[in-house]
Write a protein of this length. Structure first.
Length: 382
């Protein structure tokens, strides 16, 4: 089974807790903390081998250093992205600067998180290695050759990391509009949704109200607004429109198909969310006896949860395992799977959409690239 089931999922099934060992960067941006009491100096950028120097320190010294743990770098605007294969760790900075290449003494089985210090002078990687045949948690930090660029990337990511928060008035308007939709009070629903302005859910609800009144032109005009919206949640409601029975009679309409993204619109890049669940949300890896498990990943839209099933066959023995959690799309081609871990920090698996390497022209979803949990799945179309 170790060859057939991704390693991180084996750890979860066994109940292994992952709490993380990174304790933050010092206030003077020169050291970092390996929790709970080891103060470390980073590896100098450009040094392809070697280890950080860590010293056990009393609690008073730890407190005096003012260690602070920043947010995890994730998504398409991350200041650094990290991948690992074997003992090699690759850290790529945003903007195409010089990458950091480093070799661990032990095999790296997973990269869990990346952090950048407030001053941009250090980047730290939480990872797991295989030490003496057993998983071992560690954190390694490196100096950054271009701190100004790192600070700028961190700042840009912070500004675009989350969808704009809804005002109390918008929340009230959307709740009222949805209530009127259930009552089939179409005109009242439109009036209520108007109080939420250009919120994507409000635009979607308004289009539903118009189409229920058989006002196709008005519905399409609102869907055009939704298509043009730059709001991070707009892709969610474009996909909902594709699947709503209210619009079923428009599925062959070219205007509708372009507005909701069924047909490509050259003026609007397709988001990762639409690529992941716009067609079916069902992804599959074919199995190879005694070598690779058959994996099925079902992504549900609302709420954004998933179910992962693994089936393996080897010399007549059949094994099956299933896992569930939540997922989040990022940008045009990335996704993160989060598996809850009752014993500690949740497990996360990074995934990326890219053209399949078999020349088929199809899109493949690769998760856990460069680690023992790597899997490559293709979309199962309806």
């Amino acid at each position: 089974m170790h060859r057939l089931v991704p390693a991180a999922l084996i750890l979860l099934a066994a109940g292994t807790a992952h709490a993380g060992v990174f304790g933050g960067f010092s206030a003077d941006d020169s050291r970092y903390l390996r929790s709970p009491d080891q103060i470390c100096t980073p590896v100098v950028a450009g040094a392809r081998t070697g280890a950080p120097v860590c010293t056990k320190a009393p609690a008073a010294d730890v407190a005096k250093a003012g260690f602070r743990k920043p947010p995890v770098q994730a998504g398409p605007r991350a200041a650094f992205t990290a991948t690992a294969r074997g003992r090699d760790l690759h850290l790529a900075p945003a903007g195409g600067g010089s990458p950091i290449e480093w070799q661990s003494m032990d095999p790296i089985i997973a990269v869990d998180a990346v952090y950048v210090s407030q001053g941009g002078k250090m980047v730290a990687v939480e990872l797991r290695t295989r030490l003496g045949g057993h998983p071992s948690e560690d954190v390694v930090a490196f100096t950054v050759s271009d701190p100004a660029a790192a600070r700028a990337a961190v700042s840009a990511a912070a500004k675009t990391a989350a969808a704009p928060a809804r005002s109390a008035a918008a929340k009230k308007a959307i709740a009222a509009g949805n209530k009127e939709l259930k009552r089939k009070h179409w005109a009242k629903a439109r009036a209520a949704f108007a109080g939420a302005g250009d919120d994507p859910e409000a635009l979607y609800g308004t289009a539903v109200a118009w189409i229920r009144q058989k006002k196709t032109a008005d519905a399409l005009a609102v869907l055009d607004e939704l298509a043009a919206s730059k709001h991070p949640e707009a892709p969610v409601w474009r996909v909902e429109a594709r699947n709503d029975r209210a619009f079923r009679r428009l599925l062959a309409d070219k205007h509708f198909r372009r507005a909701v993204g069924i047909d490509p619109d050259p003026s609007r890049p397709v988001s990762a969310y639409e690529r992941l669940v716009g067609a079916s949300g069902n992804w599959e890896q074919s199995g190879v006896s005694c070598d690779r498990p058959r994996i099925n990943l079902l992504l549900k839209r609302r709420p954004q949860t998933f179910k992962l099933e693994l089936r393996s066959v080897c010399h007549g023995q059949r094994d099956r395992a299933s896992f569930s959690g939540s997922w989040q799309a990022q940008g045009r081609d990335r996704m993160t799977l989060t598996l809850p871990n009752s014993g500690g920090k949740d497990e996360t698996v990074a995934c990326q959409l890219a053209a399949c390497t078999d020349g088929s022209g199809e899109t493949c979803l690769t998760c856990g690239a460069g680690t023992d949990l790597e899997m490559t799945l293709e979309l199962v179309r309806r």
